[in-house]
Design a protein around this ligand. Structure first.
Ligand code: PAF
Length: 284
């Protein structure tokens, strides 16, 4: 496995692979890899001849008061995991390599990819202005750098997944976006690199987020599809120490709000446990 930091080095390898007609799979990550990422890498290995994992904590998707500096950086551990899973290249650029000196000056001095307002100004985008522009920009750049045929994203970041699928379609990118299921701990907590911030008590409270989603799923299977009823049930299930940002019910094809839950409804929750912001969802 190669660990590369330079765009020109990764390009040499991908050109060589393309000349041999190998299919390339990209798993974009911000590192601090866990079993959820491992499942994306395994899927990429099954699907593609060559697999690249990018590890880059992308500064432009973090707001000024968010955890960019605190975000866990565990490159040695991450590289070992990637190697054990048969990854061909780990691409771990610096912020300067990705954005040049512009990153130090101003956002007004750089080209951004801005997804439709309707999709970025709701759910997580409401409390994280600019976040999805940052994600869309870095993922487009990673696509241009690594030229994948397939790219693998977790369903846990459902809004991100929806937006990235839309970008690929709207900008005619010849890339297949492969969504991968959420991986959970045995007690239901969705895996996230940010779980490492949680104290035992905060983790315990956070468990009620997945419990609320499972409760909704159960009620839906019993025939209850009214969003107001399901919303109230979720609120009643959440631990009172959880600071709710949103519970949203959206059609996962159009991203429109729904009043009745049905096939392909996304039910998404964002909430803070202590100071840690967590997201989770189910798709019916
Ligand atoms: O989901 C993530 O880890 C990040 O948002 C991504 C897609 C790697 C872009 O920085």
């Amino acid at each position: 496995m190669l660990l590369l930091n330079k765009i020109q080095d990764i390009r040499k390898n991908t050109k060589e692979w393309k000349s041999q007609s190998y299919t390339i799979g990209l798993v974009p990550t911000m590192g601090a890899l866990h079993k959820g990422h491992a499942s994306l890498i395994e899927k990429a290995k099954e699907t593609c001849d060559k697999v690249i994992v990018s590890i880059f904590v992308n500064p432009i998707q973090f707001g000024p008061n968010e955890d960019y500096n605190r975000y866990p950086r565990t490159i040695d551990q991450d590289s070992k995991l990637c190697e054990s899973l048969g990854v061909d290249i780990v691409f771990a650029p610096t912020a300067i390599e990705m954005y040049g000196d512009n990153i130090k000056t101003s956002n007004n001095n750089y080209t951004y990819v801005c997804p439709p307002y309707n999709y970025v100004d709701c759910l997580c985008g409401k409390s994280r202005p600019g976040h999805f522009d940052g994600v869309a920009t870095v993922v487009t750049k990673l696509f241009n750098i690594t030229t994948p045929n397939y790219a693998f994203f977790g369903q846990k970041d459902a809004q991100q997944l929806f937006i990235l699928k839309r970008i690929v379609k709207d900008l005619n990118m010849d890339i297949n976006i492969i969504p991968c299921p959420i991986v959970r701990e045995d007690d239901g907590l969705a895996l996230s690199s940010r779980n490492s911030y949680l104290s035992p008590a905060e983790r315990n409270n956070a468990l009620t987020i997945s419990k609320a989603l499972m409760k909704i799923k159960q009620l839906y299977s019993e025939g209850i599809n009214d969003v107001n009823v399901l919303f109230d049930t979720a609120i009643a299930t959440l631990n009172p120490n959880i600071e709710l940002d949103y519970i949203e019910f959206r059609d996962f094809t159009t991203f429109e709000k729904v009043e009745k839950v049905g096939k392909n409804t996304l039910i998404a929750i964002a909430a803070k446990s202590g100071s840690t912001r967590l997201i989770d969802n189910i798709i019916i």
